[in-house]
Write a protein that binds this ligand. Structure first.
Ligand code: 5AD
Ligand code: SF4
Length: 452
């Protein structure tokens, strides 16, 4: 059926270009890679110039309010373009479209948007485009058509790093978080679908694989697969040719000793762990519904450091969660000091519709801003110290791209996820090279290529 339609519109797609703007996390980035595969399969080619594109897509996020406001602004700015070129197709997808409120805003206030779809029916995008071309009427489809066992197809951003979904959705209901609403209940893909996908990618020459899920540590819990996340990770690590494996994200409550053992015992599982702490205060953690105490969090972080010397730890922290007192905030600073994070994503609390915390009284923005700054003042010197420890060392770096400011400099990552700057020819992009570190800032390390 789809092939017949493809044939019918073959001439239409000839020379047509597409552009995608992605907001939010790695799951969204990966969804955009899947969307881009479908568009190119139809005949579209990519353009980085949005105004020049015939199919313009926004893949949205609503985890914090600012991502949402930014989207409305960017879509509005296309009103004139659509009026002058009605044949252009404007589409909006992603987490925002999964909630009635945000979808309602697009439906009611943005007539320039032609196609609206969600996070669970990406595979039907080609059909939605055909339907639009057939009727020239707006198409809204938020069904749940994607089969979780499908072999997923996507255009990876480069030919050496790929994301692989291992699960979707989340069942944790942290009280501030809209993800369970936008991405739905947790579902794990079948282990052998995942393993086959990684084998295929390695066959294609990919060197680094990142396993994705909202909480990878609970992989398989609801299904009767004979695989826990540590078992899946160990199995993927054994696939010949996988040089680096990363995974994200992990909930501290489910971080098992078995997982720590697998990271320690497999050289190709990267020595980097993103462990969202959110707060250092037990009273706040309880109100967030996080199901761990800060003592338990510190015990897990210490165990990682003891078992895997040199492991880099990063985290997520929310400042100004409702009811957070100065004393609670001090506990967050103390916990940061105790762990010694290599990097962190820091957020000001943002109330999200229909979440439990949205009913709690919010804290004055001035207080939140002040705490936010003090948190950065606590974290940045530690990042700097951690990076300084690399000076004099020779590290393996996967070179990823040219530096934005100077094309003779390449950027890459160590297995501990340190961002590295090094002077090197661009032919080395995609290679793992040895770099002797000579310098650092709080956010990067830099050095010289070591001749091999
Ligand atoms: N406000 C602020 N930060 C949030 N996060 C999730 N929801 C919110 C919110 N409502 C942060 C958490 C999570 C990260 C992905 O985003 O720290 O770990
Ligand atoms: Fe949101 Fe909590 Fe699920 Fe993470 S674990 S996606 S913060 S509900």
């Amino acid at each position: 059926m789809q092939n017949l339609q493809k044939e019918k519109y073959k001439d239409y797609f000839e020379g047509k270009k597409y552009n995608i703007t992605t907001f939010g996390c790695q799951m969204n980035e990966h969804d955009s890679e899947r969307i881009s595969y479908i568009l190119e399969d139809l005949g579209y080619t990519y353009t980085s110039n949005r105004e020049d594109a015939d199919f313009i897509l926004f893949n949205t996020c609503l985890v914090r309010e600012n991502a949402e406001l930014k989207l409305y602004g960017q879509v509005s700015s296309l009103k004139k373009l659509k009026k002058e070129n009605p044949e252009k197709i404007i589409a909006v997808s992603g987490c925002m479209m999964q909630t009635t409120t945000a979808r309602g805003v697009i439906i009611d206030k943005h007539p320039e948007v032609d196609i609206i779809f969600g996070t669970k029916n990406i595979n039907s995008l080609a059909d939605l485009i055909f339907r639009y071309l057939e009727t020239n009427e707006r198409v809204i489809d938020i069904s749940t058509d994607d089969v979780k066992d499908d072999f997923e197809k996507y255009n990876a951003t480069n030919d050496f790093q790929a994301y692989v979904n291992i699960m979707r959705g989340c069942d944790n209901y942290c009280t501030y978080c809209i993800v369970p609403e936008s991405r739905g209940r947790e579902e794990s893909r079948r282990p052998y679908t995942i393993i086959e996908e990684v084998e295929y990618l390695v066959d294609q020459g990919f060197k680094e694989i990142t396993l994705l899920g909202q909480n990878v540590n609970s992989y398989g819990n609801k299904a009767n697969y004979d695989f826990t996340f540590p078992e899946l990770l160990a199995r993927v690590a054994k696939i010949p040719g996988v040089e680096r494996i990363r995974f994200t994200s992990s909930h501290p409550k489910d971080l098992s000793d078995e997982l720590i053992d697998v990271i320690r015992d497999n050289d190709n599982v990267c020595n980097y762990f993103h462990l969202p702490m959110q707060s250092g205060s037990n009273s706040v953690l309880k109100k967030m519904n996080r199901h761990y105490t800060i003592e338990k969090y510190l015990e897990r972080a210490n165990k990682l450091k003891e078992e895997i010397p040199g492991i880099a730890l990063s985290t997520d922290i929310i400042v100004g969660f409702p009811t957070e007192t100065e004393e609670d905030f001090q506990k967050t600073l103390q916990a940061c000091r105790k762990v010694g994070f290599d990097s962190a994503f820091t957020f000001k609390y943002s109330p999200r519709p229909k979440t439990v915390a949205a009913t709690y009284p919010i804290i004055d923005d001035k207080i939140v801003q002040d705490r936010f700054q003090r948190l950065l003042d606590e974290l940045y010197p530690t990042f700097n110290e951690k990076n300084k420890e690399y000076i004099g060392r020779i590290v393996d770096v996967l070179l990823e791209s040219e530096s934005k400011n100077d094309s003779s400099v390449l950027t890459g990552r160590t297995d501990t996820f340190k961002l590295v700057h090094v002077k090197a020819p661009k032919e080395l992009i995609g290679e793992i090279v040895k770099v002797k570190i000579t310098d650092n800032t709080s956010f990067t390390i830099s050095g010289d290529l070591v001749n091999q």
